[in-house]
Write a protein that binds this ligand. Structure first.
Ligand code: HEM
Length: 418
């Protein structure tokens, strides 16, 4: 694995573009080295960059500063590494909220914001709880099973299908379809990554498939409107507030963002709970105290399901002691910033009672995750229901990590009844 030395006494920094760097787990030691040294780290690469590399931003305050300065750092040239593009590239993804700056971002966000507001999401609790219970019922007679398949994949897939408003008779199809499509973006090893037929390298056909499905449902909702995202966003198209292409990208982003990240959170949260006695005791106490929401916040901080998002400099400027050039890519490592000792005391410790709760697991600034309340509700209700059903589990083999320098994937978590 290629490495770069930082200072004479510092440990070498692994290649942050190489998925293998993340295959065995997050490179926390390298992140700590980068956080502690002055300035920013320049990761050389010609892949998905215009100026021969990117700046690795690892400190909490620097990540916040970049995300808040939307004039100096744009999202329009890509929102995560390695899917950055230049100004001339034609891509459907340009119509997604993730790749918009104000005023387009404000307009697109307004279209869906109400549907995910905390007060609205609080009303979802009964049906999300039903979904969680039915998944627990489905494994009731099993002595051993894969918790990723049983809970982490299935709960978010069913929830997002319902929020979006896939008609009941199409929901199972959509759930399977979401799992297959987004499951296929997970690399299991280097051979997968190099296989040109893998959808991760060519998202065009997938976007087309999602688009066909979305168009079909859009027509159904026009005839038969309901209280869901397909109906709400379709209404925005009909009123001229968003374009048809923006509608289709909204649907694609919602499926991707709503499924893969929550899947990752549930998978790792269960792994941490089963692996680490301190995490288990703290979670159980938080449950008893009615503070499970705070425990979920800690899971998201420590897991950092989205490892990084990225921005591009719109002009030459000085930032964090470095001379940034126009078109320089800034990769914002939430996984590093969320364990920054300058922002969190005893940062590696799982502590649901900590006073520093402003973690960056959901990002910050104008692009802060719109589905935050929904995701937290899903994880919270799973822990509540596992306890209410007295479902005691233990690890039954090594968890299997995915290969990604974008999402902190867990592909399998074998468990057995304790
Ligand atoms: C634990 C689960 C989740 C995590 C960790 C997560 C994380 C994130 C992060 C890091 C961002 C980008 C923030 C930025 O660039 O500053 C984001 C944006 C977004 N997320 Fe989530 N997310 C989760 C669940 C969800 C769910 C359930 C939905 C449901 C629809 C969702 C929808 C979105 C959307 C639409 C955006 C773009 C917002 C914008 O650009 O204004 N996410 N999320």
């Amino acid at each position: 694995m290629p490495v770069a030395a930082v200072g004479p006494s510092d440990p070498p920094i692994p290649d942050l573009t190489d998925q293998q760097t993340f295959a065995g787990g997050m490179p926390y030691e390298a992140f700590a080295t980068l956080r502690d040294r002055p300035g920013l780290y320049w990761q050389p690469t010609t892949v998905s960059t215009q100026n021969g590399g990117f700046w690795a931003v690892t400190r909490y305050e620097d990540v916040v500063a970049v995300e808040r300065d939307v004039e100096s750092f744009t999202s329009t040239l890509g929102a995560a590494y390695p899917t950055m593009i230049d100004a001339d590239t034609v891509s459907d993804a340009r119509d997604s909220i993730l790749m918009k700056d104000p005023p387009d971002h404000t307009r697109l966000r307004r279209a869906a914001a109400m549907g995910f507001a905390p007060k609205v999401v609080a009303h979802f609790e009964p049906w999300v709880r039903d979904i969680v219970r039915s998944q627990i019922d489905a494994i009731r007679d099993k002595q051993r099973f894969d918790a990723v398949e049983a809970f982490a994949q299935t709960i978010p897939a069913h929830v997002i299908a319902r929020v979006m408003g896939a008609p009941a008779d199409r929901r199972a199809q959509m759930v399977d379809w979401v799992k297959v499509i987004f499951g296929s973006t997970q690399q299991h090893d280097k051979a997968d990554l190099l296989d040109q037929d893998r959808p991760i390298l060519n998202m065009g056909p997938i976007i087309e498939e999602v688009s066909r499905f979305s168009l079909e449902i859009q027509e159904i909702k026009r005839r038969d409107p309901d209280d869901d995202m397909f109906t709400a966003l379709s209404g925005c198209v009909d009123r001229g507030e968003i374009s048809q292409s923006e509608f289709l990208m909204w649907m694609f982003v919602m499926m991707a963002a709503g499924y893969e990240t929550t899947n990752t959170t549930i998978a790792h949260a269960m792994r941490m709970y089963l692996e680490d006695e301190q995490v288990r005791d703290a979670t159980d106490t938080a449950l008893d105290e009615g503070l499970i929401e705070c425990a979920v916040g800690e899971y998201v901080r420590l897991i950092s399901p989205v490892i990084q998002m990225a921005r591009t400099a719109t002009r030459d400027l000085e930032f964090a002691g470095e001379q940034i050039r126009k078109n320089d890519v800034m990769v914002l490592y939430y996984a590093a910033a969320n364990r920054d000792g300058a922002a969190f005391s005893d940062p590696d410790r799982f502590d649901p009672w900590r006073s520093e709760t402003q973690h960056l697991g959901f990002g910050t600034g104008i692009h802060r995750c719109i589905g935050m309340s929904l995701a937290k509700l899903e994880v919270q209700l799973l822990f509540e229901e596992l306890k209410a059903n007295d479902l005691r589990l233990r690890l039954d083999g090594p968890p299997k990590r995915g290969w990604s320098n974008f999402v902190n994937q867990l592909l399998a978590l074998p468990v057995a009844r304790a």
